[in-house]
Design a protein around this ligand. Sequence first.
Ligand SMILES: C[S@@+](CC[C@H](N)C(=O)[O-])C[C@H]1O[C@@H](n2cnc3c(N)ncnc32)[C@H](O)[C@@H]1O
Length: 193
Amino acid sequence: MKPSIFPRPTEIAHEWLRHVIEPGDRVIDATLGNGHDALFLAQCVGERGKVFGFDVQEQALRSATDHLRSRGISDEVYEWHLVSHARLGEWVTVPVKAVMFNLGYLPGADHGLITTAEETLAALLAAAELIVPGGMLTVVCYPGHEGGEREALAVKEWAIAQGACWHVVHYEKLATQQAAPELIAMQKKEVRS
Ligand SMILES: C[S@@+](CC[C@H](N)C(=O)[O-])C[C@H]1O[C@@H](n2cnc3c(N)ncnc32)[C@H](O)[C@@H]1O
């Protein structure tokens, strides 16, 4: 069977983020993992920009560093923190253009070590404070694993409640055999003067 023409949620997130991130911007990867999203962000912000990254596993930080170095990204462009994204506001105090979340577990590592609804919501609150008007927040949720459905629901409820100040979009494949990953993307509204 040919693959469908519909992009995966992570691909859509990158596509939309490309519209708002500019060279020199500061951005956050709230779930570093193996560094695929961080590489994308580093390429968007370029040598004058900065990618702040968070993960709770040392293995993820090492893997992300290797990935970015192997693609020629200068160490000056990124700054990793081995701490829960729930505390990102303690480490990043400057405004940022975008924050990415790719929830769940680290592929190839302990599948029991996953993001949780409580920490994710705390991180979303902190991230939303830091994002400038016109900036974006993207969250890829995985309702297929234990706890993932509750987490995805919590993210969607939170996102819907932000409708006064954010444009909120939801992308999900329907009629799949297993619960498919979902993207919640939000752009902070710009106040007209
Ligand atoms: C699906 S992976 C991320 C994929 C990654 N963005 C990439 O491009 O390779 C999810 C990551 O979230 C991390 N994680 C779990 N709980 C976390 C927390 N409280 N704060 C930050 N990262 C967390 C896991 O260790 C895992 O590496």
